[in-house]
Design a binder for this molecule. Sequence first.
Ligand SMILES: NC(=O)c1ccc[n+]([C@@H]2O[C@H](COP(=O)([O-])OP(=O)(O)OC[C@H]3O[C@@H](n4cnc5c(N)ncnc54)[C@H](OP(=O)(O)O)[C@@H]3O)[C@@H](O)[C@H]2O)c1
Length: 273
Amino acid sequence: MKSESVFDNIVKEALNGVGQVVLTGGSSGIGQVFINSIARVEPCLPICNLSRHQCGDFGGQLTHYECDFSQVTARAEVFKQLAVDLRQNPAKGRLLLINNSGFGSYGHFPAPDLPTQLGMIEVNISAVVELTGILLPLLKERGGAILNVASTAAFQATPYMATYGATKAFLLSWTLGLNEELRGSGVSALAICPGPTRTGFQIRAGFSDEGFVAKGGQSAEEVVQVSLKALIRGKVIIVSGLRNRLLAWLSIHSPKVFGARIAGRLIRGTRMD
Ligand SMILES: NC(=O)c1ccc[n+]([C@@H]2O[C@H](COP(=O)([O-])OP(=O)(O)OC[C@H]3O[C@@H](n4cnc5c(N)ncnc54)[C@H](OP(=O)(O)O)[C@@H]3O)[C@@H](O)[C@H]2O)c1
């Protein structure tokens, strides 16, 4: 009970001055916890969610935009419609954009197939760049923050998840660059780097069991709490959890080829055919 009120206080503080939330991937996992927590603490705050599936009923002011980010043409139309809707119903206050949608895939490249690999780049990279680009004028007008959910996979190559790790490395680098460009504009960007987290991500990625997560991952609630704390503190990058911070530090300070070999062993160890 006490920890829930601590969590709620963090959510409340992070949402101070926020008049509208746009989030991707709220239908499950980390995104679902973001929506759930925001709607519980600020039930009148309008939230727009973009994903293929509906979110549950959170009792807040939720608008769902059905969208498959791997479909380039359809995606662009939905993003533009969202921007028009936001302008037509201007909520007062800052805009919080949470780019959370993403998926990974385990196997020898290009398994399971090349379209999945290319779709991953569309969802994890192109959709984030496109949505942020379309909403940036509004973000600058109203002030706000961009939260990009990257991963600790961003800190070293990830054999057997090579494309996934590379998409997250892009996202980390892009967020850092963007934040610097936005300095003084009233808009900030934050790269969130969770390690293994207990969501449906692992099974969807093709791990036969929960892999790393079974060996001690975080809950989605922990990741959301750490992310919102980082937003409050004005951080540009946050690695969630002490163990993950240590591993990220080791990856950054190791030769890249060595880091890739160790990561490959760890990933193979979680599920090998
Ligand atoms: N779980 C982990 O261990 C972990 C670790 C580090 C980083 N992350 C990152 O955290 C973020 C959230 O993942 P999660 O752990 O919460 O996994 P999750 O439960 O599988 O959620 C992924 C979300 O992404 C959305 N998504 C997937 N493909 C999409 C598509 N084609 N178009 C639009 N949306 C799509 C899904 O919505 P629909 O299926 O409804 O489209 C879902 O809401 C991801 O970016 C992931 O890379 C996860």
